[in-house]
Design a protein around this ligand. Sequence first.
Ligand code: FEO
Length: 159
Amino acid sequence: MSKLYDALNKQFNFEIESAYVYMAMAAYVDSKGMSGFNHFMVQQAKEEMAHARKFYDYMMEMDQTPVYTEIPAPKAEYGTFKEVFETALEHEKVVTKNIKEIYKLAQEEGCLDTQQFLNWFLEEQREEEDSFRGIVERLERINESWNGLYIYDRELAQR
Ligand code: FEO
């Protein structure tokens, strides 16, 4: 596998790892009785699996079979709900950094197909970071008040 396909394969696996991280967050918030937060995180995990599928399909189209690698155990416990979403935001920043690094590699290797393929992800990452940043800001204002948390939980159930 070339350096570029190796990077694409790593990101393919990291998207699956992202789904795993968000499912663990979903379980944590569910265990605290927040069904709306749970719904939000389960939807997020589904999106990550769809992202992984995009990498899978692209690699197959380019005649490169994706290879599944080991996935580390995700964090299971958090101190606050804000910490859950802060961790998700930091996770998304890592995804964005990875995508940009693969993009640079594709430029260096003159692979126009990969650059075009990654354009969708650049936009998606802007949206994902913006979405999590908004939730963190909202939770900062709610400041762990149960009243505010329950109202927000109902809102996130609408995703
Ligand atoms: Fe697939 Fe949230 O990055």
